[in-house]
Write a protein that binds this ligand. Sequence first.
Ligand code: 5GP
Ligand code: MN
Length: 327
Amino acid sequence: MTGDITHAEVAARLRSERQMVIMAHENPDGDALGCVVALALMAQNLGIPHCIYLPGRAPLPAEYTFLPGLDRALRGPMPKMEATTTAYVLDCATANRLDVEGLRCAGACINIDHHHDNTRFGTLNLLDFEAASATQILFDIFMSGNLPIDARIATALYVGLTTDTGRFQYSNTTPAAHRMAARLQEMGADVAAVAHEIYESMALSKVLLIRRALERMQLHLDGGLAVSWLTAEDFAEAGADESQTEGVIDSLRMIKGVRVAALLRERLNGARGEYKGSLRSTDGSIDVSAVAHQRGGGGHLQAAGFTAAGPLEDLLEWLVREVGTRL
Ligand code: 5GP
Ligand code: MN
C-alpha cells in the first residue's frame, strides 16, 4: 500500500515511533546529510532508538563531517529491520540504489523528498516539489508538530538549505527558503561557522582535482556546453577520493555563455571503467534530468546525474549529441 502523508501526520508518527532507521541516497550531498543528522537528533531528543544508514562505502564528503553523529552512520549493506522499525528515506528520488528487499522488511517506509521525478516508492510519501531542500520539508514537519528544534538540529537543517540553494543563489531560493533561514538562525544555527566548514575549509586534494578538471575542460556547441572528466589516475595523483567531487562542476558552470555543464568521473568503488555523470543547466532552458534519464539516472531540471559504462569517448560523444539536440 502506498499513500500520501501530511507534515502533521509525520510529526505525530515521530512522537510514537518505537525504532527508526534514517537513511539517504548513495553519494550523499549536504541536503541528504543535513536531513539524516537533523532527524537523528530529533529522534535522540524524543528518546527513540534509531540509527543512520548511508549506502555505499565511499568516505563521506569531509566538509559535512562536522555534523554530529555521522561517524556512527552504518555503511555497506542495509541493516536488518523488523516490523516495529520505520525506515525514513530522505532526499532520495528512487529506491533503485537502496536495497529494496531490505526496505520491505521495515514496518513502514516513509519517503520524504523534493525531487520532481520521485517514484513514490514509500509505503507513505511526503513529496513537496516546491521545497528548496529536503531539509525544508523536515523543518515544516517539525514546525507543524511543535517538535522543538534545538541549535544542533537548526544547524543540520541549515546545511541542507544553504547547499541545495547554492548559498541562496539558485532559482529555488524562494521567500520561504529565506524565512526558514532566518528562523533557523534565531534557533541557533551559526551561519558563519557553517559557511566556513563547507566552503572555506577545502582539502588541497580537492583543489588539485578542480585544477585537473579545468585543465581538461572542453567547450562545445558554441560555448554552450562545458564538459570535463576525471579518471581514476587523476584521483590518485591528486590524493583525492570520490567524495571530493561535489562542487567540482560549479567551476565549469560559472563560465559566461555556458548553458549546460557536464562532468564525467570514473567510479572508484564501482565497476572498472564505469562513470558517474553530473549535469547542470545554468538557465533552466534545458531539462538535464531528461538527458540523465536516457542513461538510467535522474534528478532535478537543473541538476541531474547518472552512472554509465564507458568508454569515456563514447559518453562524451553522446553528451555533445544529446545536449546539442536540446540547446
Ligand atoms: P550530482 O551531480 O550532484 O551527483 O547530482 C545532482 C542531482 O541529480 C541530485 O539531485 C541527485 O540526487 C541526482 N542524481 C545524481 N545521480 C543520480 C542517479 O544516478 N540517479 C538519479 N535518479 N538521480 C541522480
Ligand atoms: Mn536535495
